[in-house]
Design a protein around this ligand. Sequence first.
Ligand code: SF4
Length: 322
Amino acid sequence: MGSLKMIEHPLRKSLIDWYDKEKRDLPWRKTNDPWLILLSEVILQQTQVSRGIEYWKKISNRFPTPKALSAADQEELLTLWQGAGYYARARRLHALAVQVSKPFNEGGFDGSIPDSIEQLLQLPGIGAYTAAAVASIAFNRPVGVVDGNVRRVAARQTGNPNPAQDSVRTWSNSMLIPGRPGDSNQAMMDLGAVICKPKAPKCELCPIINTCEGKADPSAYPAPVKRKKSIENFDAAVLLDSVGWPRLIKREKTERFGGMWGPPMSNISTDGLISVGQIVHQLTHRELRVEVWKGQCSKGVDPSSVPMSNLDRKILEIAGAM
Ligand code: SF4
């Protein structure tokens, strides 16, 4: 642990010069609209950039403003969000749109995204990283982002295998080029994603290799954190009607995949049902193991008419639901 050595300005500048030449061509980098920038950051919280582009395009097309989303049903957003995972993000994004769309005298922002870190942090689903990203990119606020990528670059650059979160924040702030905080942060994001990758970093292409104290053995920085995945076991009951449609329920907000639809997975009795196999679904810190059971019901729901997670679609598939 400990503080991190700061990098001199001329070398910081080489990072942004590299960004100006090599930056990734991402659709949200062609807009200054704070809502569309916020939307990209929420999607990228847990979705890869390559897949995030597709979700950003369809959601921003349908909901070009917070007011457009606040006027829509949450389920419509969940339908567009299908397959992106971590559906709580979509529910919180809807709540955020509702909150900012309220008039000023009711505690809202009259449909605009607020421009200060403090106000952004008050919004549903906005943590320190997203607030810093939106404030710097959309509003030119000089605040550095801190996430796993930035921590990795900071650890390697300064040869500190275990930097404290506060020191990474100070280091990230020190890397901002005056007048271009958003670009500075995006340069750091691109460097972490494209060059200073967790495995096999491309040091020979790195614009800040001269200051890097960890380049001889980048894999040593940061020190690996051993985290064992927890395993959760479930049973899912796929009960089909005479045309092959399954009985589906809308999951409670407090449950996993809340707001999405799927076959019953809690408090079910498997008496009289037939086991048709197991699905193993990997999440970042958890492994879900779902034993799938099949039976009959009098009336099902057309699965294409409701928003469902990828896991629920796999469950229906293995049970032969239409
Ligand atoms: S020289 Fe290599 S390890 Fe150091 S910051 Fe650049 S890519 Fe990362």
